[in-house]
Each structure stands twice: as C-alpha cells, then as structure tokens.
Design a protein around this ligand. Structure first.
Ligand code: COA
Length: 679
C-alpha cells in the first residue's frame, strides 16, 4: 500500500510509503484523502498524524508532469485543503526530506514536529514554477514575506533548527512520531485548533508596494530572464495584500500560467536529463570503492580536484614536482577553505576535517598505493605519456589512472601503460571544487568497471557525471570551438566584441565568448590553435583575430589588454584592439557584416548545436540530453532553455542546418551540417 495506516493510542497514523522518495503521486494523494476520511468518520479516532516512511516526501511527482495523472483527484491543492478543513486535528511528523509539495502539505496541518536531521526546501523555482498548492500563501502568512521570498526564490534547503527558528515547525523531537501523536491528542482534548496558516494575518501586516518593488529589483539581476523567481514575489505580494480566498485564486492562476510556460518544460526536461545521464547502456559492472585517491599537479585544477575528494570524505594525496609548487598549491587550498569559513559556507570543523584529508608529497614515489590517481599536469602529450608509464609501474595493477585532459587522445595516453582498461578521462571544470560537471571520457579499451567507477565517483563528489567518447575536445570543448569560432568570425567582420558578449549574456550565458577568451588568455588560445591549424582539413578556415591581437602583445585579462581593455575589474571596449582588428580585416579583404542581435544569437548557438548533433551521429555522446547536461553544468548554458540541443530542437533543426550551410560555404568543411538534422 502506498499509504500505510495504523492507529496509535487513538490517533490515526497515515504513512506515505512510496520509494524512492515518497512523491505525491495520484495513488498517494488518493490514499491520504481516503485515510483522512476514514479517520474522521471513526469515532474511536481523536486526531491524525501525517508521516512518511524513511523520509517525508520529495513533493509533487515529477513523472506526472505533462500527463493526465496530475489532474487525477484529489489534485494536490484539494488534498491540502482537506487537511486544513479536517474535522479532527492533523499533525505532521516529518524526517529526512520535506520538499516542495511535501512542505506545502504540512503547512496545511495544525502542527508540525520534525526529527532533528530533517531538511526542508521549496525547490519549485528550479523547475520553473512556484509552490502553487496553497504553499506560497500559507508560508508567507506563517513566516512573513521576507523569509518566504528567501526560501522560495533560492529553492535551497534549510535544516530543522532553521525551520524551527522561522516557525515552519513547532518542535524538534528525537521521537518525532510519538511527539506528534501526543500533540494531536492534546489538540483534540483542548477542543481548540490554531488559526489555519492560510488565514493568519499577523506576519504580513505592513508590507506594501515599496517592499515588493525593492524585492523585484533585488532578484532581477540574479535570476536573469527566469520567470519563476519573479512569480514568487507576485505570489507573496498576493498573500500579503489580498484576502485569503483572493490570494489562493491568484496563486492558482499563476501556477497554471507557469505550468504552460516553456521555461517549466525546459527545466523539467533538464531535471529528467540529469537523472538519465547516469544510466549507461550496456554497462552492468559495479563500481569499485574509492577510499584513497591521489592527484598529480597542484596547480589550480589539481588543487581543486584534491578539494573535491577531501570535501566528499575521501583521503587524497597531492603531489608536485618540487616543494615550492606543492607549497603554492597547499597555500591556495588553505585560502579557499579560509574563505569558505569566512563566508559561512563551511563550519570551521568541516573545513578542518577536509583539510586533514589532504596529504602531500614531492615526486611520484611519494604516492602510496591508492584506488585512483588523477593527473592534472599541463596539456602536453609527451609529458602525460611519460607520467602514465611511471604511474603504471608504481601503482598496483587495479588502480584506475585518470587524466584531467580537456582534449588529448585518451587512447594514446593509455598506450603508455600496460593497463589501458584502467585508463580513463576525468575532466573537471574550473573551479573544480565548485563546478558541477565531471566529463568522463572512455577510451577504446576502458573497461566496464572503470567506467562504472568514475560515473559513481561524480555522484560521490556531489557532481553530475556525463560520459563522453574519445575525440578532440570530447563533448563540451569540441562544441565550444564552434561557439567561440563563430564569434571570432563575427569580430573579424566588424561586429563589436561587446555586442556579441551582450547578446550571449542576454541569452543567459554567464559570460560571452569573447570575454571568455580574454579570461582564459590569448596566449593559451594561440598555442591550442597552432595545434588545431596543423590538423585543419583541406579548405577549412579558422579566424586569425586572436593571433593578430596576441602578436600586438595583448594577452587578455592577465595583462589588462585583449579584445577588451580591463581596468579595475571592468571590461571596456578598446579602440586600440578595434584598430588591430580593422587592420586585419582590411589586409585580408574581409566583407563587413551588419547583423541584428537575433542574427548574432543564431550565429553563436546554432553552430554549437550543429556540432552537438555531430557528436550524436558519431557516438561521442550517448544522448542529446547528455550534451545538454554537459553544457548546462559545465559551461553555464541557461538551464531554463534546457540545453543547446533542446533549445535547437525548439528553435527548429532546419535553422541549424541552414546556418551550417551558410557557414560551411564561407569557412569550409568543419562547419558542414550534421547528418542528422532532418529528424
Ligand atoms: N517526483 C518523482 N520522482 C522523483 C522526485 C519527484 N519529486 N524526486 C526524485 N525522484 C526520483 C528521481 O527521478 C530518481 O529516479 P530514478 O532512480 O528513476 O532515476 C529517484 O527519485 C532518486 O532521485 P535522485 O535524484 O537520483 O536521488 P538523490 O538522493 O540524489 O536526490 C532528491 C533525491 C529528492 C533530493 C532529488 O531527486 C530532488 O531534488 N528531487 C526533486 C524534488 C523536487 O523538485 N520536488 C518538488 C517538486 S514540485
């Protein structure tokens, strides 16, 4: 039974029992409504306790979104109205997770008791809507507009102590169920019920238009183009300024509008994509346990990767070629933890425990036998091969050898070892301790267990693992070349860098492609491009604009001059850079383009999708949604647009093809349409 019923000292316990996360599916809603009715009709029952097996509930059943089941009676808000209107007191006893509709539901109860380890959240904004089953109204009236906005706009979790301080729960108890039964009996005996949260007025008095205008302004900059956060403010304003009935009606109209909005569909797709990405067809092997790891190279990436392990409770050894480089890495790690503590992201105890898990040593001989080694040394094939040959000699045969390369050939690296089955790409994104994506790359011989292990590792490190095939740039960077490459062609042809970046940022990218070039350094770009140019197919063109700026001594942000001038943390258009670009265009006889913002957007994102579709065609990516997951979590592609392939499908694959035809006519075979754009 999805809802278990039992009676404990005259109180009916309704326990949601629907693995894995007690989502409020049609069966659960029907079961709760039926149990409530039975309890109210049974004279031997004094009150009702709502609880969950293992955890309370992760909220509305996302698998019902877009299906008829979501409307199967009772719909979620009617169920919560039944709780509130119950003839007998209803008390919630919660533990584990209380999310979304789970939290909205208990706000309709008379009282709430939590076990100490419970966490609470309203993550609806992450799916492009708001708590719309009465929750936005009840929460606002219970804890006040400011705290309600904070919870609903961020969608982050709070612990039981915070929930108690805010008034979301009435008490914390080790035996939350017994405490809830006692509370239900107390309420029944007293014959008095608290004012329902939907009708409370004390916390919302005095909040007027000025307050809400300021809140809208505050979130607008942070939530760039997303509709749900703004809708949260609208709903809270309704709770604070309208009658309870009008407020509920307002919320209902809003939720219906949001449920039909493309952003809700894109975000729900993205949620499902992030679950699907972990499932690798054909891999049946179980992952190996990773208890000890080593990281080679204590630069920014290596230090960040070491912190990932330490933060996840895995002992890790960081090595470098000399004491000075090692010390620099360790100092950087120390500073990162100090900052995390200063900002309240970590408690001192948690930071100290993580620090204590990071051992260090100079030279490869200093690494003890570990389950996994990840190298994060410079991108030089000869160096990597020599390193892997040595590791192969030093490490036990079952140790997995991972490379953090962002583009080099995994098979060639593996060929330096006697264990190619245990060699795999583990590509982290900077800053490694923060960015969510782990792009794992399977070589031709990487074995099943190794793949299963690195995929599971991502989850353990709090990341999302995507599996890519072995090719230049793998899933993410291979596509990036076309996004930045197309941007450079536009610059060459007279479109101002700041316009291109503004269009990308307006689209929702954290940073435009030209600003990104300046950030990562034109010197670095020139080196990579030299390699690429050597391998260009017949008739293929790459822009020379990066080289032209670099030859004039412009290195990007690191010397304050790149495509832009960088001063006091500001990026400014630079006439000197413009003159260099104009001179190049004149010398080469480039035509001048006059593009609208929409055309600029298409020239950035349609080629990106084209290359992604080629990755599907040649098997580099398993699924279109894997590409979307990689771009959302590794490159900041706006999640509310689903991902580059989802966006392209919405926009029309025909447009991807037309753009590819135009670009390939101008710039050669690298830009030709993917073979699978007609479906
Ligand atoms: N409805 C339906 N299924 C859900 C769900 C929900 N609200 N929340 C999670 N699931 C499913 C997942 O799809 C996954 O299914 P799968 O095993 O078939 O892939 C399974 O539960 C486990 O979820 P997973 O995310 O892999 O486990 P986790 O322990 O890392 O995280 C949660 C669990 C609940 C924290 C996480 O899944 C989550 O944040 N869910 C979204 C909850 C939400 O947004 N609720 C509000 C809806 S209005």
């Amino acid at each position: 039974m999805p809802v278990n019923e039992k009676i404990v000292s005259g109180v009916a316990i309704l326990e949601i029992d629907s693995p894995p996360v007690n989502a409020l599916s049609a069966e659960i809603r029907a079961g709760l409504a039926a149990g409530l009715k039975r309890a109210c009709e049974n004279d031997a029952i004094e009150g009702i306790v709502l609880t969950g097996a293992r955890l309370f509930s992760a909220g509305a059943d996302i698998s019902e979104f877009g299906t008829d089941r979501i409307a199967s009676p009772p719909v979620i808000w009617d169920l919560f109205d039944l709780f509130e209107a119950s003839a007998k007191p209803v008390v919630a006893a919660v533990e584990g997770l209380v999310m979304g509709g789970g939290l909205e539901g208990i706000l309709a109860a008379d009282a709430r008791i939590a076990s100490p380890s419970t966490s609470f959240s309203l993550p609806e904004v992450k799916l492009g809507f708001i708590p719309g089953a009465g929750g936005s109204q009840r929460l606002t009236r219970l804890i006040g507009p400011e705290a309600a906005i904070d919870l609903m706009v961020k969608g982050n979790s709070i612990d039981a102590q915070k929930a108690l301080a805010l008034g979301i729960v009435d008490a914390i108890a080790d035996d939350h169920l017994a405490a809830a039964v006692a509370r239900a009996k107390e309420l029944a005996a007293s014959g008095e019920r608290p004012t329902p949260n939907s009708c409370r007025a004390d916390k919302v008095a005095g909040f007027g238009p000025d307050f809400f205008a300021a809140q809208r302004k505050k979130i607008a900059a942070r939530t760039r183009g997303q509709v749900a956060p703004e809708a949260v403010i609208d709903a809270v304003e309704a709770a604070a300024t309208l009658s309870p009935e009008e407020g509920m009606r307002f919320e209902r109209a809003l939720i219906q509008k949001l449920q039909n909005h493309p952003q809700h569909h894109a975000l729900t797709y993205a949620f499902r994509a992030e679950k699907t990405v972990a499932k690798i067809p054909g891999i049946t092997a179980q992952p190996r346990a990773i208890d000890r790891a080593a990281v080679i190279g204590a630069g920014t990436m290596g230090a960040g990767i070491a912190m990932c392990f330490a933060n996840a409770g895995i002992d890790v050894v960081l090595t470098e070629v000399n004491e000075a480089a090692l010390q620099r890495g360790i100092d950087n790690i120390g500073k990162t933890y100090d900052r995390a503590v200063a900002r309240g992201i970590m408690t001192p105890a948690v930071a100290d425990a993580a620090r204590a898990r990071i051992g260090s040593g100079v030279g490869l001989e200093s690494i003890p036998p570990v389950d996994l080694v990840i190298e994060a040394i410079p991108e030089d094939m000869a160096m990597k091969k020599s390193l892997f040959a040595t590791l192969d000699r030093l490490m036990p045969p079952e140790t997995i050898l991972g490379t953090n390369t962002s583009s080099l050939d995994i098979d060639e690296i593996a060929s330096a070892t006697s264990r190619p089955g245990k060699v795999v790409g583990t590509h982290f994104f900077a800053p490694a301790n923060i960015m969510k994506l782990l792009e794992n790359v399977r070589g031709g011989q990487t074995d099943q267990e190794t793949i299963a292990t690195v995929m599971a590792l991502g989850k353990r490190l709090g990341k999302i693992s995507v599996l890519a095939g072995n090719c230049d740039g793998f899933i993410g960077n291979r596509m990036l070349q076309y996004y930045t490459g197309s941007a450079e062609f536009m610059v060459e042809r007279g479109i101002a860098p700041e316009r291109i970046d503004a269009v990308a940022e307006e689209f929702g990218m954290p940073m435009g492609p030209i600003a990104l070039r300046d950030l990562s350094g034109l010197d670095v770009a020139v080196l990579i491009r030299k390699e690429r140019r050597a391998k260009l197919p017949e008739g293929a063109r790459m822009s020379w604009v990066v080289e032209a700026l670099h030859d004039a001594g412009r290195l990007g942000m690191k010397n304050g001059k790149g495509f832009y001038r960088h001063e006091d943390g500001k990026r400014l258009p630079d006439p000197e850079a413009a003159a260099i670009i104009d001179a190049l265009a004149e010398r080469e006889g480039y035509e001048r383009w006059d593009l609208t913002d929409d055309q600029i957007r298409d020239r950035l994102f349609l080629p990106l999708a084209n290359e992604g579709m080629k990755e599907i065609a040649d098997g580099t990516a398993i699924r279109e949604s894997d590409i979307d997951v990689a771009w959302v979590n590794g490159y900041g592609f706006p999640k509310h647009k689903g991902g580059p392939i989802y966006w392209a499908r919405e926009t029309g694959l025909g447009r991807v093809k037309a753009m590819a035809e135009e670009l390939s006519a101008a710039f050669g075979p690298l830009w030709v349409p993917a073979p699978n754009l007609d479906g």
